[in-house]
Design a protein around this ligand. Structure first.
Ligand SMILES: [Zn+2]
Length: 438
């Protein structure tokens, strides 16, 4: 039989353990969701009108703030800073394209990244990680988890589209039938693929041309986002959910570039009433769809999951200093702004926080600390501790390392992007259509 003294020791030890309990626990799953070009300027009014109930609910139970962007306002560069915590010169992705030697330019790819991304760091730490559609994630790197790279929607002809190879090989973006079915909830004009094709030529009649530009933009945006959302659902169906999940949706930005003038025709010349009727609600409808999808996605995460939603930059009408001047891109009417969005929710996140001055550079350190992984002291941002109930203790407990960089930072396997890029021309054409490259 134990003496009272022995019980006292046990009680003391238990109290000590309780006292040392971590102020911050790693969530069951931390889902980081990138919504390209998201801005409170649009989202807030729609939230107050009850049009984005899921985003509203997430913000309501957690923490929301503006998120500063960076220069250059080039999405693959920014999303790679988000994923690495480093400036472009340090992570190696400095533009949409790179040219090397006398080669023709080609879109940036994961093999050009010279620093580890959050998924490499997680993988090295034994964390089960999943990456879906993240900018510059093709070719998919080998890691402790799964990658559906940002070229996966082009189909199985693309080598390195996923890791493990062959993962979700049967998953395809929606075809023309599904597009026709989905279209009415986004725009009221009839979707006629033949008429769109007719407007492809730059010298097509203006009506056909505008029809092509808006529809092509919309169809590409929606089919791609639909594909990666489907991939996310499949992934969550497929056994244990990952501990860290990064999902990126790009269509929001594409649609904002293409449809802004129909939403706010007062800033632009030559927008017809018919166009306002047909396309004026497209950006809003797109966000309402994203919100609905967000709700479905969040519902499928395990209990005690955490969420981090963010955009890489804000957006606004392409007027004044943001006006588009290149003749080839006059069909575009949305432009980037410096301030994007961040929303966090889940166990340990402060409800109704006050966060000021956070930027896209703070995301990697924040995610690391949230996951209980050490922050790189060479990272250019800081842990956004104002989001957490435990405050600065979150970063303190996670600790730090001098750097996460090491010799072999990325491993895109055997895929050589120089040799295996059947969709390069299509990717370039899309970047050109957005005015991002010449
Ligand atoms: Zn953009």
């Amino acid at each position: 039989m134990k003496s009272l003294g022995e019980y006292a020791v046990v009680v003391a030890v238990l109290l000590l353990v309780a006292g040392c309990e971590r102020a911050h626990e790693r969530p069951a799953t931390l889902a980081v969701i990138g919504l390209d070009g998201g801005t409170w300027d649009l989202i807030d009014p729609w939230i107050s009108e009850g049009k984005l109930p899921n985003l509203a609910a997430i913000a309501e139970r957690g923490c929301r703030a503006p998120l500063g962007s960076m220069k250059p306002s080039v999405s693959p560069v920014i999303w790679t800073t988000v994923a690495t915590g480093l400036d472009p010169e340090e992570h190696g992705i400095t533009f949409f394209l790179r040219t090397h030697g006398g080669d023709s330019p080609r879109p940036v790819d994961s093999g050009m990244r010279t620093a580890p991304a959050l998924w490499n760091m997680a993988s090295r730490s034994g964390v089960d990680v999943a990456v879906i559609g993240w900018f510059v994630s093709w070719p998919a790197e080998a890691l402790n988890g799964r990658i559906v790279s940002d070229r996966a929607h082009y189909g199985t002809g693309v080598e390195g589209r996923t890791f493990p190879a062959g993962y979700l090989a049967d998953l395809k973006p929606p075809g023309p039938g599904k597009v026709t079915e989905a279209m009415p909830r986004f725009l009221t004009a009839d979707y006629d693929p033949k008429r769109i094709a007719a407007g492809r030529a730059t010298d097509a009649p203006p009506d056909d041309r505008i029809n092509f530009l808006v529809f092509d933009r919309f169809v590409r945006a929606w089919t791609r986002d639909r594909f990666y959302l489907d991939a996310a659902h499949r992934l969550l169906d497929d056994g244990a959910p990952p501990e860290l999940l990064l999902l990126y949706l790009r269509g929001t930005d594409d649609v904002q570039h293409g449809f802004w003038k129909f939403m706010q025709p007062e800033f632009f010349e030559g927008v017809t009433e018919e166009q306002v009727r047909d396309f004026g609600g497209t950006i809003e409808n797109y966000w309402r769809w994203v919100d609905e999808e967000l709700g479905l996605f969040v519902d499928r995460l395990p209990p005690d999951s955490a969420l981090l939603l963010l955009s890489d930059h804000g957006a606004g009408p392409a007027v004044g200093e943001f006006a588009i001047t290149k003749p080839d891109y006059m069909h575009l009417s949305g432009a980037h702004r410096d301030t994007g969005i961040i929303v966090a929710a889940g166990p340990g996140v402060k409800r109704g926080c006050k966060v000021e001055g956070a930027t896209v550079k703070d995301i990697a350190p924040t995610v690391l600390a949230w996951m209980g992984m050490p922050v790189g002291r060479d990272m250019v941002g800081r842990v956004i501790d104002g989001m957490f109930e435990a405050g600065p203790a979150v970063a303190r407990e996670a600790g730090s390392v001098a750097t996460w960089k090491r010799g072999e930072d990325t491993d895109p396997g055997d895929t050589d992007p120089d040799e295996n890029d059947p969709v390069r021309e299509d990717v370039l054409r899309h970047l050109r259509s957005l005015g991002y490259i010449n």
